[in-house]
Design a protein around this ligand. Structure first.
Ligand code: NAD
Ligand code: UDP
Length: 322
């Protein structure tokens, strides 16, 4: 008998990560419903899927009751603003999508008997006191700081996901995503990579916050999507870190982008935002063990690809960093 086509819902599917996930699911033969309210996403990210008969876009704010006709096999809950710039700009929608949005997506999954995945984040570790961060570390988060709205929303989202698993027997997955970059990031999104690349291409100084000694581990989008896909197919219910363990000081990332872009821009040092984590690096032993996953794209190759995309799609269009 031919295998039944899987049907998946991707919330936040018009965003950076969500749109790449939609691409992967379509390539794997799924029927995909992409649900978004375009708060930080864009229809441009999914325009190439417009004529795909297995792809459907639904405009909906997932903090309100989610209605999806027909069966669903998998729900990927990726809706949430993710840039530190948004933590001050739209704090309450961030808390609501993490709390109410996750609750609605879980309720839908339960009603449909679908497998559920939460897009969580390295931010659940806050400004970590343990390095590198293993999934068993509980984190160091300031609940009332500016970043707290995002960190605590995701921590609540993890808690309610595990409650649905334990209490209702829902088949759940939690992916803790570390800093990711690639095509379709918003140039004015305010995060490190889009800022540095937009600034380098515009010939403006790269704004390094603090002295730039804080570290980040950045992965390329293709590696992340591979990890997400493998996790959904696995039977792992514990949270799994998906990130690149190669760790660099932020000022070093700025220098690499200057070199790769051939830009003559310099570096301009700015104040460090409140509660900016000093170091961040995933321990990926669980992902290696249970998913056979590890990142494949080296830092410079990934940055080169993202740079190419920005110079083709954004810089040429005359858009500027915000
Ligand atoms: P993004 O802003 O590009 O995508 C998020 C999408 O969610 C957008 O399309 C936005 O319009 C949509 N959205 C927001 N609120 C919504 C709502 N109430 N209803 C419906 N749609 C809504 O961000 P991203 O970088 O693609 O992040 C996607 C997910 O991955 C988020 O859950 C984020 O927390 C998580 N994450 C991302 C990173 C990263 O490095 N990019 C790191 C850790 C975790
Ligand atoms: N950062 C920076 N200049 C920028 C944007 C960000 O120096 O223009 C720093 C930021 O303070 C942080 C790191 O780069 O230490 C990564 O920031 P990002 O916003 O990408 O995500 P975060 O990891 O903090 O969530």
């Amino acid at each position: 008998m031919p295998e039944r086509r899987k049907r998946a819902l991707v919330t936040g599917g018009a965003g950076f990560i969500g749109s790449h996930l939609c691409d992967r699911l379509i390539a794997e033969g799924y029927a995909v419903i992409c649900m978004d309210n375009l708060r930080t996403g864009s229809l441009r990210n999914i325009a190439h899927l417009h004529d795909e008969p297995r792809f459907e876009y639904v405009d909906h704010d997932v903090t309100s009751y989610i209605r999806v006709p027909g069966r669903l096999d998998e729900v990927y809950h990726f809706a949430s603003p993710a840039s530190p710039k948004d933590f001050e700009r739209i704090p309450i929608p961030i808390l609501k999508v993490g709390a109410l949005g996750t609750h609605n997506a879980l309720g839908l999954s339960l009603a449909k008997g679908a497998r559920f995945m939460l897009a969580s984040t390295s931010e659940v570790y806050g400004d970590p006191l343990v390095h590198p961060q293993h999934e068993d570390y509980w984190g160091n988060v300031n609940p009332i700081g500016v970043r707290g709205v995002y960190d605590e929303a995701k921590r609540y989202a993890e808690a309610i996901t595990m409650a649905y698993h334990r209490h209702h027997g829902l088949d759940t997955r939690i992916v803790r995503i570390f800093n990711t970059h690639g095509p379709r990031m918003r140039p004015d999104d305010g995060r490190m990579i889009p800022n540095f690349i937009s600034q380098a291409l515009a010939g403006e100084p790269l704004t390094v916050y603090g002295d730039g000694s804080q570290t980040r581990s950045i992965q390329y989008i293709d590696d992340l999507v591979e990890g997400i896909f493998r996790l959904m197919q696995s039977s792992e219910r514990r949270p799994v870190n998906i990130g690149n363990p190669d760790e660099y000081p932020v000022r070093e990332v700025a220098r690499i982008i200057l070199r790769l872009s051939g830009s003559r821009s310099g570096i301009s040092y700015r104040p460090l935002p409140e509660d900016d984590p000093k170091q961040r690096c995933p321990d990926i032993s669980r992902a290696r063990e249970v998913l056979g996953w590890e990142p494949r794209v080296p830092l410079e190759e990934g940055l080169h690809r993202t740079l190419e995309w920005f110079s083709g799609h954004v810089h040429r269009a005359g858009e500027k960093t915000g």
